[in-house]
Design a protein around this ligand. Structure first.
Ligand SMILES: [Zn+2]
Ligand SMILES: [Zn+2]
Length: 342
């Protein structure tokens, strides 16, 4: 029997025909990277290949790497494999990786979101025989409201605080979620301030031409009273930290898919929780899987066991693949036991 197109090793997803890895978690010679989040784009590889749109953020985060950019949809031959990158809709520059060997096609989804958000390149389904899919939110309880409805909720919360003379601090991961939030809010309400981690990423993405509203970086000597009713976008770790003190009695909130769970909302949200995710919800995962036409599905990070069981019962051949994705800056870090997800 011929070798599988992709195999699962202790260093990550590997293509024997092309001798490369996809999003490996230990240093390798050649790494194809789906997107810039730290659990996918790790340091230490000898050579990187990623979309041209993903590279600036990767360089910003990883420093001086040997990296090559590829356009979405462009095919490249690596050994006996043909590879191409296709939009994953997760954040600016994010991609799924298509690998074809001897006429057999496998796709690695990376992290993905199927509904367009107006900021990043919209998700594109790719036909394949086997699909390696994330399933961070692979439970029926996760079904996202339309993006505009969430934007309206955030704007209403901010406007109410601004009218009461309060600052609003919104926790959002510095790459992806923060820029999505910025692209959704009504910048006419009051000024927008950003934590340094968010602003550094904004600067990289603005340089690439992604449209973001005007923001003011919170320097140590910034006076909150000069920005009455401001919205502050900061990484979740800044919420409740001493950094927050400068904003006085601010209202705080958190934007994440996990806010769909009441228990998490109580523990993490500050005053408010907005259900906004850069991952596919339960219907999105199904739509994406159906659209690939794949017979074999490999669920990775998320509710893999439950999701694989459901796939197997629904006519697919599903097999869980343990991975080391998930980390301190993506929603995949906050995995909740299914019991809590009722
Ligand atoms: Zn991610
Ligand atoms: Zn991830």
């Amino acid at each position: 029997m011929a070798q599988p197109v992709l195999t699962f090793t202790d260093r990550g997803i590997y293509c024997p025909a092309g001798d490369f890895f996809i999003d490996p978690w230990r240093p390798v010679d050649r790494a194809l990277i789906t997107h810039g989040h730290a659990d996918h784009a790790r340091p230490g590889h000898r050579r990187y290949l990623a979309t041209r749109a993903a590279l600036p953020v990767m360089r910003h985060r990883l420093g001086d790497i040997t990296a090559e950019g590829i356009a979405y949809g462009e095919t490249r031959r690596i050994g006996d494999a043909s590879v191409s990158f296709h939009p994953a809709g997760h954040l600016p520059g994010s991609a799924q990786v298509r690998v074809e060997v001897g006429g057999e096609v496998w796709v690695v989804s990376g992290d993905y979101k199927t509904t367009p958000d107006g900021l990043c390149e919209p998700f594109e389904p790719v036909r394949c025989h086997a699909f390696i899919t994330e399933c961070t939110f692979g439970l029926p309880v996760f079904e996202w409201a339309p993006q505009q409805a969430v934007a309206d909720e955030i704007n209403a919360w901010w406007a109410t605080n601004a009218a009461a003379g309060r600052v609003s601090v919104l926790g959002a991961y510095s790459l992806g979620k923060a820029q999505r939030v910025l692209s959704l809010v009504d910048s006419g309400i009051a000024p927008i301030l950003t934590h340094g981690a968010v602003e550094a990423t904004n600067a990289v993405l603005r340089d690439q031409g992604y449209a973001l509203p005007e923001t003011h970086y919170v320097t140590p000597d910034l006076k909150a009273k000069d920005y009455p009713g401001a919205l502050v976008v900061a990484p979740p770790s800044a919420l409740g930290s001493p950094w927050m003190r400068r904003f006085g009695g601010a209202s705080s909130a958190f934007a994440s898919g996990w806010m769909a769970l009441r228990g998490v909302r109580r523990r993490r949200a500050g005053d408010r929780g907005f259900v906004l995710s850069d991952h596919a919800d339960w219907p999105g995962l199904h739509d994406a899987i159906k659209a690939t036409g794949a017979e074999r599905i490999f669920p990775t990070h998320g509710y893999t066991d439950i999701f694989a069981r459901w796939l197997n019962a629904s006519g697919w051949q599903a097999q869980v693949v343990p991975t080391e994705f998930g980390g301190a800056e993506d929603e995949s870090d906050a995995l909740i036991e299914p019991e809590a997800a009722s």
